[in-house]
Design a protein around this ligand. Structure first.
Ligand SMILES: *[C@@H]1O[C@H](CO)[C@@H](O)[C@H](O)[C@H]1NC(C)=O
Ligand SMILES: *[C@@H]1O[C@H](CO)[C@@H](O)[C@H](O)[C@H]1NC(C)=O
Ligand SMILES: *[C@@H]1O[C@H](CO)[C@@H](O)[C@H](O)[C@H]1NC(C)=O
Length: 102
């Protein structure tokens, strides 16, 4: 539980950091900056949606387990947590360089 919370906070902080870095670009080469800025925004928006979806699923499966403790719901929750970890690990290796502590 606590471990997952830390990961979520770090991912959010990194996303905010990346955003600020993009916004802080100087206004030279306006066209080029605008193109790469909108590409970066799209990339971040998609990434955020994926993170929200996968976090939502983990929360949902955890809730199912906590309100209905069975082997099935435990398996579902563990699968969702594994999916989330795998996803965050992939992001960690991607070009925006998310750092994930575990
Ligand atoms: C609890 O989970 C099992 C699956 O493991 C499901 O069959 C059952 O309907 C659930 N019970 C409730 C009250 O949601
Ligand atoms: C949510 O997690 C369950 C259990 O791991 C999995 O079967 C399901 O496909 C997941 N759904 C989404 C939308 O990721
Ligand atoms: C994330 O990447 C850093 C540097 O690339 C690495 O040191 C760290 O072990 C990675 N973390 C995970 C969870 O893969």
């Amino acid at each position: 539980m606590a471990k997952r919370g830390v990961k979520e906070v770090i991912v959010v902080l990194v996303l905010i950091g990346v955003r600020s870095a993009i916004l802080a670009l100087p206004a030279t080469d306006q066209n080029e900056v605008e193109v790469s800025e909108s590409m970066a925004r799209n990339f971040l928006n998609e990434l955020e949606n994926d993170i929200l979806e996968i976090n939502y699923n983990t929360t949902l499966q955890s809730w199912n387990y906590e309100t209905n403790i069975t082997d099935d719901t435990l398996d579902m929750r563990n699968d969702a947590v594994d999916d989330q970890s795998r996803f965050l690990k992939v992001q960690n290796n991607s070009r925006i360089g998310l750092t994930v502590t575990s």
